[in-house]
Write a protein that binds this ligand. Structure first.
Ligand code: MN
Length: 270
């Protein structure tokens, strides 16, 4: 049995299939864990969702910003070109129920190596301990179960920029979701700097992982997606990026947790 974490698929079903063949994915034995952004932009988001439903028992995933966007479209009856096939599908209800059940953070422990892997779509900010991050992920999961319609309606926007335990209601949920699914740069105090995506160094813009690395023990790892421009490179052993820009014509990447082997397949143009 092996655990594979897979980076941003974004509707690239052909590449997902190719990657599964390459790792010889056996749903009866192996576990696939998606780092979020399963859908949108790519051409075959519906096929990716059907694959997930089909293999539900051997698949786990964390939510990415594009997965939230899909839930929003479904529940608020809006449309978007690359997701319309899902919206029009007879499986739309099952798809929504499955995505809605997903957390923002997953912890996977590998007994053989005594290593712990934390998985979140954008990452985990240094201002949260892992216990706090887990509690906040649980909180959003509960709200999604109870009142997803208002959560999805009020989750858009870049404010508040900074986490504060006193935040309440939709401001609180929006901030938690922004840290887990949209974060790239933080300032020294831990405020989200959502306006910057490029890799040029700029004062006060610190890649989140450069501060979070101090919270990690030697046998603890963080795996994330979201930041395609990094192409997986954090220059840190314990923080591993998996978004290698498949939907932008590059690669779809997986890591096998048992030995941390990286496996990739190239994007194939249609
Ligand atoms: Mn993303």
């Amino acid at each position: 049995m092996s655990h594979y974490v897979i980076g941003d698929v974004q509707g690239c079903y052909d590449e997902l299939e190719k990657l599964c063949n390459k790792i010889k994915f056996d749903p009866n034995k192996d576990q696939l864990i998606f780092a979020g952004d399963l859908v949108n932009r790519g051409a075959k988001s519906l096929d990716v969702m059907k694959f997930c439903l089909r293999n539900k028992n051997s698949i786990r995933a964390v939510l990415g910003n594009h997965d939230f966007y899909l839930m929003y479209l479904i529940e608020h009856n809006e449309r978007n070109t690359s997701l319309n096939k899902i919206l029009d599908s007879k499986h739309v209800k099952d798809i929504n129920n499955w995505i809605k059940s997903l957390p923002l953070l997953l912890k996977v422990y590998i007994k053989e190596s005594n290593e712990t892997f934390w998985i979140a779509h954008a990452g985990i900010p240094f201002i949260w301990s892992f216990e706090t991050a887990k509690t906040l992920s649980d909180e959003i999961q509960k709200v999604l179960k109870k009142d997803s319609y208002s959560l999805l309606k009020n989750m858009w926007g870049d404010e508040p920029k900074r986490w504060n335990t006193k935040l309440e209601g939709s401001k609180r949920y929006r901030t938690i979701i922004n840290y887990f699914t949209r974060m790239r740069y933080l300032d020294k105090k831990g405020s989200l700097m959502l306006d910057k995506k490029d890799l040029k160094s700029q004062k006060n813009y610190i890649p989140w992982f450069k501060q979070t690395i101090d919270n990690l023990d030697d046998n603890e790892y963080i795996i994330f997606g979201h930041w395609a421009a990094l192409n997986g490179k954090t220059k840190l052993n314990n923080i591993i990026g998996l978004d290698t820009g498949c939907v932008w014509g590059k690669k779809l990447t997986a890591i096998r947790l048992e030995d941390k082997k990286i496996i990739s397949v190239k994007y194939e143009s249609i």
